[in-house]
Design a protein around this ligand. Structure first.
Ligand code: NAP
Length: 314
């Protein structure tokens, strides 16, 4: 497994990571154990979850159990900020909430430190200085090793960097944002800021929820147990003709080189210098196997340019 370093830090992560938002939702504990076990066996070291995944706590709890004693061998990433309860106090990025949220995550994960603690969404009601100060205290207390952002725009990342620099706080080493071959909007803004201010991009929805795996075909029913079929109406914004136009061209590009579209989706992201790790979710061990293999493709400059051209649309 190829490793990359996250941002301007010494933290090394596997170029293929595991997104854990299926745990406690689509996967029960037995299924979670199987997926996590396969990921560990194949050399995946970055596991990305969040406090609210799996019905507010289910993913962290199941992931902690599945990792067991092997927790020490991996980089455990989680997030805080989305609502964990009613009333307005169980969410956001205030010092008061962060100090509660981290203890709850540590307990559910069954660990005494988090490797990468990420703010899930910007909190417009809390000064970023307050958030950064609280996160810095967690780093100094040893409860958190590194901090990262998620769903920030370019200017928000730069603002956070500037305040952290001025105050001597821990800086964000990662920027987790929506990014895949069907949605490259962040290249116009966030990616530039991440490059300039020492953060690696962790692309979420790297497979466009499965659209980039080859299992959905235009005007045909997808597999019954797949996400985009189970989503029903909600999946219509992904299963569009415009997306199938790109998917079909990517499939032809892949086939001409003895690859699959899954290989292209992983290989293209993993070959970008600004991407730290491709944290695709998986519901079955077989998917993890295919995903790890797909991440092995180190694309040439020509291949990157060709895929870039096929997928360009902004
Ligand atoms: P994704 O990686 O684009 O899609 C994953 C889904 O595609 C799997 O759950 C599986 O669904 C299917 N799949 C995966 N590998 C496959 C394979 N080899 N063959 C066929 N199907 C395959 O989307 P995601 O898992 O939602 O996102 C990745 C991670 O990003 C999450 O787990 C989470 O950690 C993170 N995330 C973060 C945010 C944020 O706001 N920061 C938002 C969303 C996600 P089925 O088997 O059900 O079809």
């Amino acid at each position: 497994m190829r490793m990359k370093t996250l941002g301007k830090s010494g933290l090394k992560v596997s170029v293929v990571g595991l997104g854990c938002n299926n745990f406690g939702m689509k996967c029960d504990q037995t299924e979670t154990d199987a997926v996590v076990g396969k990921a560990l066996d194949l050399g995946i070291t970055l596991f990305d979850t969040a406090d609210m995944y799996g019905g507010q706590g289910g993913s962290e709890t199941m992931l902690g159990k599945a990792l067991g004693a092997r927790r020490k061998d991996i980089v455990l990433a989680t997030k805080f900020g989305l609502p964990m309860g009613p009333g307005g106090y169980m969410q956001g990025a205030s010092r008061r909430y962060i100090m509660n949220a981290v203890e709850a995550s540590l307990k559910r994960l069954g660990t005494d430190y988090i490797d990468l603690y990420q703010i899930h969404f910007p909190d417009a009601e809390t000064p970023i200085e307050e958030t950064l100060s609280a996160l810095d205290d967690l780093v100094r207390a040893g409860k958190v090793r590194y901090v990262g952002s998620s769903n920030f725009t370019g200017w928000q990342l730069v603002e956070a960097w500037y305040i952290a620099e001025k105050k001597g706080y821990a800086k964000f080493i990662s920027a987790q944002n929506h990014y895949n071959l069907l949605d490259r909007k962040i290249e116009a803004d966030l990616v530039q800021a991440a490059n300039a201010y020492g953060a690696s991009v962790l692309p979420y929805f790297p497979l466009a929820s499965g659209m980039l795996t080859g299992k959905y075909k235009r005007n045909a029913a997808g597999p019954n147990d797949s996400r985009l079929v189970m989503w029903g109406e909600r999946a219509k914004s992904i299963l569009t003709d415009a997306n199938f136009d790109i998917v079909e061209k990517l499939e032809a590009f892949a086939a001409a080189r003895g690859h699959t579209i899954l290989d292209v989706a992983f290989g293209w992201l993993a070959s970008q210098p600004h991407v730290g790790s491709v944290i695709a979710g998986a519901t079955k061990p077989e998917q993890v196997e295919l995903n790890v293999k797909a991440g092995e493709w180190e694309m040439s400059a020509e291949e990157l340019a060709e895929v870039g051209k096929i997928s360009f649309r902004f």
